[in-house]
Design a protein around this ligand. Structure first.
Ligand code: HEC
Length: 169
C-alpha cells in the first residue's frame, strides 16, 4: 500500500512541478498573441484596389477612355514612387497624358481614408500587376512623403509633380 502511494507521487512529480511553473506557460501563451498581431498588419493591396479604385480605373486597370486613365502598362505607375504617393495622398487634377491619350479630370485624394500601410500596399500591387513591373513601395516612404506634404490641401497638377522632386531626395 505504502509502496503504491510512493510510486504514484514519483510518477506525478514532473506534472506537479510543471504546474508550478507559471512563467513558462505564460510565455507559451504570449507567442500566438504576437503572431496574430503581425498577421493582421499585412495589408492586401489587391483588396484595397478592389474596394477603392476599381470603380474608376477598372478591374484590370484599363480605365475608361477620355474619363479615367489606365493604370495598366502605365510608365508613371512603375516610375517615381514619391510622385505616385503624392497622387494617392492628395489627388490629381488638370491635364494628364497616359499612353498618348489625354485626360482632364480630378482624381480624389485618399490620404484621409488610407493609412501608410494601405497606400504602400495598393501602390505595390499596381507596380506588380496589370503589365507593370517595379519594386515595392514601403510604408516608411509613404510616411515620409505624408509628413513632407502635410500642408497640401488641393490635388496636384502634373506641372507641380514634375517639379516636386523625388521622395528619396
Ligand atoms: C472617382 C474616380 C477615381 C477613383 C475612385 C480613383 N481614381 Fe485614380 N484617377 C482618377 C482620375 C480622373 C485620374 C486622372 C486625373 C486627371 O485627369 O488629372 C486619376 C489618376 C490616377 C493616377 C495617376 C496616373 C498617372 O498616369 O499619372 C493614379 C496613380 C491613380 N489614379 C491611382 C488610383 C488608385 C490607386 C485608386 C484607389 C485608391 C484610385 N486611383 C481611385 C479617378 C479615380
Amino acid at each position: 500500500m505504502m509502496h503504491r502511494t510512493c510510486a504514484a507521487v514519483v510518477l506525478l512529480l514532473p506534472f506537479l512541478l510543471s504546474a508550478c511553473a507559471p512563467s513558462e506557460s505564460a510565455e507559451e501563451a504570449a507567442v500566438p498573441a504576437e503572431a496574430t498581431v503581425v498577421a493582421e498588419a499585412v495589408v492586401d493591396g489587391g483588396a484595397v484596389y478592389r474596394t477603392r479604385c476599381i470603380s474608376c480605373h477598372g478591374a484590370n486597370g484599363e480605365g475608361i477612355p477620355g474619363e479615367y486613365p489606365p493604370l495598366q502598362a502605365n510608365s508613371d505607375i512603375a516610375g517615381d514612387t514619391g510622385r505616385m504617393i503624392r497622387v494617392l495622398l492628395h489627388g490629381l487634377q488638370g491635364e494628364l497624358t497616359v499612353n498618348e491619350a489625354t485626360y482632364n479630370s480630378v482624381m480624389p485624394p485618399w490620404g484621409a481614408y488610407l493609412d501608410d500601410d494601405q497606400v504602400a500596399a495598393v501602390l505595390t500591387f499596381l507596380r506588380s500587376h496589370f503589365g507593370n513591373e517595379a519594386t515595392p513601395v514601403t510604408a516608411a516612404e509613404v510616411a515620409r512623403v505624408r509628413a513632407q506634404t502635410i500642408d497640401r490641401q488641393t490635388p496636384w497638377t502634373i506641372a507641380e509633380l514634375d517639379s516636386a522632386g523625388r521622395a528619396t531626395d
